[in-house]
Design a protein around this ligand. Structure first.
Ligand code: ZN
Length: 153
């Protein structure tokens, strides 16, 4: 079951973020980077905020980050969310991508476990038409070992 209902409205991919969505579908987390000055940027944008160049590239990152901020939502803002409260919305910082921050959710945590600074790792939630990046507390066990164990079980 997805963390949040699949029927929540979503914006269709646009020119600036199509590569982001396509990478997620392949279970890859990518971050846009200025081809001129190397600045990382997220959300994807048509030009660099630092040097105004329009050329960019996409770099795959490992998806390890930490919780910069979060909140627990207790009042559903959409009828589909009525049965899902409380759920969290987290701002996850990716040190490996220049400290860009992604708005996401941290799964597999209780309200008492989620805190600023919590080390997290990306997981890919496949819905029918889109893949969403969520995060879970990082395991001291290497992710590759955990995946091998999970697929064997
Ligand atoms: Zn730039």
């Amino acid at each position: 079951m997805p963390y949040l209902p699949a029927e929540l409205p979503r914006l269709p991919p646009g020119r600036d973020d199509l590569a982001w969505w396509e990478a997620l579908r392949r279970h890859e987390l990518v971050v846009q980077r200025c081809a001129a000055c190397g600045a990382w940027r997220h959300p994807p944008a048509p030009l660099c905020a630092r040097c105004h160049a329009t050329a960019c590239r996409w770099e795959r990152v490992g998806g390890h980050g930490c919780v910069f901020s979060y909140t627990w939502v207790h009042h559903p803002s959409h009828p589909a969310l009525a049965g899902r409260v409380p759920y969290n919305v987290a701002l996850v910082e990716l040190p490996e991508a220049g400290g860009v921050r992604l708005v996401s959710n941290v799964i597999e945590v209780s309200p008492g476990e989620l805190h600023v600074g919590l080390a997290v790792e990306v997981v890919f939630e496949d819905l029918e038409d889109v893949t969403l990046p969520r995060f879970r507390p990082a395991s001291p066990e290497p992710l590759s070992a955990r995946r091998a164990r999970d697929s064997a079980g």
